[in-house]
Design a protein around this ligand. Structure first.
Ligand SMILES: CCCCCCCCCC/C=C\CCCC(=O)SCCNC(=O)CCNC(=O)[C@H](O)C(C)(C)COP(=O)(O)OP(=O)(O)OC[C@H]1O[C@@H](n2cnc3c(N)ncnc32)[C@H](O)[C@@H]1OP(=O)(O)O
Ligand code: FAD
Length: 650
């Protein structure tokens, strides 16, 4: 019996659950990475269900900005009582606990956990750690990561905040900076002995630890309402010749000696490690936001009946329309593709950061390129997917009751923070160009050196399209795109300065970067499902085929070029798309059930597990302040006098 079926559920959604062709719990375990991860999730969910102080007092979309901040801090204060759930030895459970308490409201201390602690941990010297880490873990030190300025976020080399050894700018954006944190890791251009040594991180106290007032020569404030993340006080910080001790420069890798001598790090970019960490963590997390949106749209599409396919036969579930399936299912398949890629990226990051700690830097460029590429491509695709899921829910999708507007607003920020996506794709392109000049490329770039690649695809039918053939075809397209950009750059560089040539080729360079990242995701998706248990292979294969075939059909020009594929082969791939969607249709609700997203996270009337949407919408609307009185006071105050006057003249 499917554990998702319960008494009182909407009959349409129960009918869908009875169609499942696979074991939902088995897919949940596979999707979440095993029993241990699943046990972590269940513990956290039970814990929060049992502790009301960790839950929202009312749906957050009805809250003002002050209420959001209050709600966020109340839950943080509540969390402080539950230290047993903050276990640095069980990061997965701790992360899920933080995420399920705050969901998309971005708690006021996101940056403390997400960047301040990791950067302190990786950039501070052992002595600095022993002094600052215990206070930072206990919460007496609350920090943020303040790098971006009003005038500079992308171009770190031109940061105007200077840290002059013994010698005015504003930091703008950092989360928690405005009102709540009392410390910040400040990234500033270091000047010592009259030389600029580039961006470096500094540990800076910004508020009085007793009164919490801004320290002298520091101005702090909130930057105002944003598209989302309004539960966080993203702020500004103005320094006016603020002095800090030399020892407040984080000195694990580079140092300033008492006489001002600068000691170089093994690699200047080790100082950027915090950004690589967050980019590596974000991919799996942002894929989960797409999983939320796809869950909402899929479940709602099974209880929403609209229109008759056959006159007189009664209205159909909108998920029976092929166009509705095509709006949702490709993004359902991307949830798996991006989650598996994000999972793999976190594993790679863990391995490489161990090597970096031991001073082995050979993988630094690779992890920078991989984390930048996946972050840039996945956040953009997720933003597109959440919007399609909103559209799939019609008018109710536009209401905060659906949960989708909050998902959309949250996800679009990820295309900008932690590095603008275009800027990061250009970083991947730099990495690729340098691999084109290498005589031998290893790892993720080995395909660039393939000299005897096939001149045409040997795809026959989509049923027989093997993993090997798929990867060969994607390697062909990615290699062609990268080498085309390389040749364009080489030729253009013969007619103008290097930086101008780079700019004139930058659109092609971004296209090449995207194909490189897509190849990585396709390869990883196929490798991941190859190790799944047999009973899950049919549904996972259908999802993988939908992801891959739809990607090829949507970019058919790249596959048709130079006759590599024939139009008949593209038509065959289209058939594969329709076939995969038809296979997925009967399992759609069970696939999203397998994400096992708790109602606290989903925050959606349309996507609720039981499918009882319409009664739920009325319950939701009762929270509206406008419904406190039948006649709103503003009517009596402004309209009634005018109407009375008009009537008196009639
Ligand atoms: C549990 C998980 C939950 C996650 C989600 C929760 C979300 C909750 C809300 C979170 C909200 C906010 C968090 C986000 C906070 C921030 O936004 S922090 C600020 C982020 N800012 C940026 O990312 C700035 C982007 N700009 C840059 O990184 C650099 O300026 C740029 C790379 C664009 C340029 O670097 P430059 O050094 O100026 O110049 P280049 O010549 O391009 O690079 C020189 C060489 O250095 C290499 N490089 C560059 N960056 C890195 C790096 N990070 N690591 C390693 N190497 C790097 C580059 O490849 C060049 O190498 P080469 O010389 O070619 O060999
Ligand atoms: C929700 C949110 C939270 C944030 N939290 C923090 C935080 O906690 N700490 C922190 O330090 N920062 C934070 N930021 C700032 C964020 O990191 C920056 O906004 C981001 O790095 C982009 O930089 P920018 O704003 O300077 O954009 P810009 O670089 O000004 O981007 C504007 C346009 O210029 C283009 N562009 C810029 N440079 C180039 C180039 N070299 N080549 C081609 N095109 C280019 C971009 O592609 C983009 O289209 C946050 C931002 C947001 C939205």
């Amino acid at each position: 019996m499917n554990s998702y079926i319960k008494e009182g559920d909407n009959p349409d959604i129960t009918e869908e659950r009875k169609k499942a062709s696979f074991n939902v719990d088995a897919l949940t375990t596979f999707y979440h990475g095993g029993d241990k991860q699943l046990q972590n999730r269940r513990e956290v969910e039970k814990y929060i269900e049992d502790h009301k102080e960790l839950q929202d007092t009312r749906p957050t979309p009805f809250m003002s900005r002050d209420e959001l901040i209050d709600n966020s801090l109340r839950k943080i204060a509540g969390m402080a009582k539950f230290n047993e759930m903050i276990d640095m030895n069980n990061i997965d459970r701790t992360t899920y606990f933080l995420q399920l308490v705050h969901v998309r409201d971005s708690m006021a201390f996101s940056l403390h956990y997400l960047m301040f602690l990791p950067v302190l941990n990786s950039q501070a010297s052992p002595d600095q750690l022993s002094e600052w880490l215990p206070k930072s873990l206990s919460g007496t030190i609350i920090g943020t990561y303040a790098q971006t300025e009003m005038g500079h976020g992308t171009n770190l080399s031109k940061l105007e905040t200077t840290a002059t050894y013994d010698p005015k700018t504003s930091k703008w954006w950092p989360g928690s900076l405005g009102k709540f944190c009392n410390h910040a890791i400040i990234v500033a251009n270091l000047w010592t002995n009259g030389v600029c040594e580039g961006p470096h991180p500094f540990f800076v106290q910004i508020r009085n630890l007793e009164t919490h007032e801004s320290l002298p020569n520091i101005k702090l404030g909130d930057i105002g309402p944003k598209l989302s993340l309004n539960g966080s006080d993203n702020g500004y910080l103005v320094f006016d010749h603020f002095r800090i001790p030399r020892n407040n420069m984080l000195m694990r890798y580079s140092k300033v000696l008492p006489d001002g001598t600068y000691v170089k790090p093994p690699n200047a970019k080790l100082a950027y490690g915090g950004m690589v960490f967050v980019r590596s963590m974000m991919v799996k997390d942002i894929a989960n936001h797409l999983a939320n949106a796809v869950t909402i749209a899929t479940r709602y599409s099974c209880v929403r009946r609209q229109g008759e396919m056959k006159i007189g036969a009664g209205e159909v579930k909108i998920l029976d329309y092929q166009t509705q399936q095509y709006r949702i299912f490709p993004f359902m398949s991307k949830v798996f593709a991006f989650r598996f890629a994000g999972q793999q990226l976190q594993e790679i990051y863990k391995e490489i950061s161990k090597e970096l700690k031991m001073g082995k830097l050979s993988q630094l460029a690779d992890i920078h390129a991989l984390s930048s590429g996946l972050k840039a491509l996945v956040t953009f695709e997720v933003q597109q997917g959440i919007e399609q899921c909103r559209l799939a829910c019609g008018g109710h999708g536009f209401s905060h009751a659906s949960g989708i507007p909050e998902l959309a607003a949250f996800s679009c920020g990820s295309c900008t923070y932690e590095g603008d996506n275009i800027v990061l794709l250009l970083q991947v392109a730099k990495f690729l160009m340098s691999n084109c000049t290498n005589s031998v490329s290893s790892g993720v770039c080995a395909y660039l050196q393939e000299k005897n690649s096939s001149k045409s695809s040997d795809l026959t039918t989509h049923q027989q399209y093997s993993d090997k053939q798929i990867i060969q075809d994607f390697e062909h397209v990615a290699r062609k795109s990268v080498l085309r950009a390389f040749d364009k750059l080489r030729l253009t560089s013969q007619t103008c300065q290097k930086h101008e040539a780079w700019n004139r080729c930058s659109v092609e360079l971004c296209k090449a970067a995207r194909w490189h990242v897509r190849l990585y995701i396709v390869r990883n998706f196929l490798a991941t499902i190859a190790i799944a248990q047999d009973e899950l292979k049919p549904v996972l294969r259908a999802l993988a085929q939908l992801f891959i075939f739809d990607l090829q059909v949507s970019n058919k020009g790249d596959f048709l070029e130079n006759g590599y594929m024939k139009i008949q082969q593209i038509e065959e791939l289209k058939e594969g798309v329709w076939q995969a969607m038809s296979t997925i249709r009967n399992d759609a609700v069970s696939i999203v059930d397998a994400f096992a997203i708790h109602e606290f996270e989903l925050k959606s009337v349309l996507g609720r597990r039981d499918g009882n949407v319409y009664p739920g919408l009325f319950e939701w609307a009762k929270h509206s302040q406008l419904n406190k009185n039948d006649v709103h006071p503003a009517f009596d105050k402004y309209l009634a006098p005018i109407i009375t006057k008009i009537r008196s003249r009639m």
